[in-house]
Design a protein around this ligand. Sequence first.
Ligand SMILES: NC(=O)c1ccc[n+]([C@@H]2O[C@H](COP(=O)([O-])OP(=O)(O)OC[C@H]3O[C@@H](n4cnc5c(N)ncnc54)[C@H](OP(=O)(O)O)[C@@H]3O)[C@@H](O)[C@H]2O)c1
Length: 316
Amino acid sequence: MKVAFIGTGSMGSLLIEAFSRSGALLPHHICASNRSPLKTKRLAQRYPGLKIYGSNAEAARDSKIIFLCIKPLDYPEVIAEIRDVLDDKQIVVSITSPVQIETLEQALPAKIAKIIPSITHSVHSGASLCMYGKRIRPEDRLLLEQLMSSVSTPFTLKETETRIASDISSCGPAFIAYMLQLWAEAAGEQTGLTRANAITLGSEMLLGTGKLLTEGGLTTEELIERVAVPGGVTAEGLAALEAGLRGVFAELIEATHRKYDEDLGKLHALFNPSSPGGETAADDEGEETSSSPQQAAGSPLSKADPPEGSGAATLP
Ligand SMILES: NC(=O)c1ccc[n+]([C@@H]2O[C@H](COP(=O)([O-])OP(=O)(O)OC[C@H]3O[C@@H](n4cnc5c(N)ncnc54)[C@H](OP(=O)(O)O)[C@@H]3O)[C@@H](O)[C@H]2O)c1
């Protein structure tokens, strides 16, 4: 079975490396293409047998599964390149949240899945968020989940839950690392513990906490109860956290959803350049947006992409 990766930037390369290291894919199973050739050349040197292509259509043509590891605004161009070589037996997997499954089903003859990965898969952990289009059959789902379980814990959810779920599983590592940084800095300022030691201790603690909450079978409540004995120092620390942290997560969710709504609006404007505001929005670049407006103009996604405030972006 061949698996293609179109786009071998940060996430495409990470997935290739993780699947290769897990043994789920051997190099001769993997086809890769990327806009600029240097990244695929490096992968081919690292994994002899991995086949690289100068054309996305050639990479997709004979592959059973095609991972689209590109940014949302690169979809129109890539779809235009691959749609004529795909058939209804192939599975296209999108790894980006704003492009909707229905949009891809309208644009491509293949079966469509959306799987949002996480940087944690590079150490074979974390949840991959799995959503399936209506052409996906149980055996396709099994195939995808077998593949994803070699590097992660597949977690099925509704497409409307993608944003909030990927806040936790994909953005979460950055959020938690930032919190650890602040904690280490405060520890250094108030006690003199070196930042490096604080980060090492905190990282080991995070690893152990994750294990207790997964394979250890503890709930968050049980874990807190086991550590925070009444009258102890943990209880005092928890009271300080309760006072300072409770509103922070509501703000975090509002911030990520607001940005996502903005990005959806920009995408909609770029995919529909004749709609009001389309050209202005085309000048901006969001986190999810890197392509030129010219690439989006006349795209096969232009009618189907969701407008601002569509289900996937609605605040919970
Ligand atoms: N990073 C994360 O933690 C994470 C987690 C979950 C999901 N995602 C999603 O994954 C997607 C990719 O993110 P990333 O961080 O991997 O971005 P990235 O590092 O910028 O990689 C995107 C790659 O796509 C290539 N590309 C662009 N247009 C192309 C085309 N027409 N044909 C072939 N290749 C093309 C780019 O090639 P060049 O070398 O020419 O630029 C680049 O290597 C995004 O939609 C993101 O939302 C990311």
